[in-house]
Structure formats: C-alpha cells, structure tokens
Design a protein around this ligand. Structure first.
Ligand SMILES: [Zn+2]
Ligand SMILES: [Zn+2]
Length: 96
C-alpha cells in the first residue's frame, strides 16, 4: 500500500528547513570526470519508457514511467555513478 503525503501539509521542522537549504546549495558534478550538467542537458529513460528529461530536476525519478533510477550516466564520460554521488557539498567558507 502506498501513501502520498502532501508535503505542504506537513509542518516543517527546523531540521527540514536546514536540509532544504542545504539541498539548494549542493553542487552537481560527475563523480568520475567532474563534468557539471546544466539545466538544458537531458537523459533518456533506457532501458525504460524512453522519456527524455533532466534527471536532476526530479532526483533521478523518470516522469514518464515513475521509475526511480539509482545510477546516472555521465553525458561526458559515459560512466554510470550512483545518483547520490553526483551531489557535492560546497566547501564552507572559513577564515582558516
Ligand atoms: Zn563524467
Ligand atoms: Zn521512464
């Protein structure tokens, strides 16, 4: 059984707000070659429904067939890496 929870009805906690803020600041780059995809880049759902979309807009969830991809192929070096591995923390600015 699957429940869809409308996120807008969930009271945000302090941790959630911090996490959302953190996600906004995450950079995306290929773990293998450091290539950074732009918003105009597109991925194919293959093997799958053949849908074309920017996989980082949906956290690797295909809008066509709702398949959750765990690996994302680099459009530059063709290496498949875990989707989570594409997100990197910006180094914090510190005076030391
Ligand atoms: Zn790459
Ligand atoms: Zn698909």
């Amino acid at each position: 059984m699957i429940f869809f929870i409308p996120l807008l009805f969930v009271f945000p906690k302090k941790g959630d707000l911090a996490f959302a803020d953190k996600l906004r600041r995450l950079r995306i780059r290929c773990p293998a070659c450091a290539w950074e995809p732009s918003r105009t880049d597109r991925w194919y759902c293959s093997p799958g429904c053949g849908h074309v979309w920017n996989t980082f807009d949906t956290a690797a969830l295909c809008p066509g067939c709702v398949k959750q991809w765990t690996y994302t192929v680099c459009l530059s070096c063709s290496v498949a890496s875990p989707h989570e591995a594409w997100y990197v923390d910006e180094p914090e600015e510190s005076g030391g």
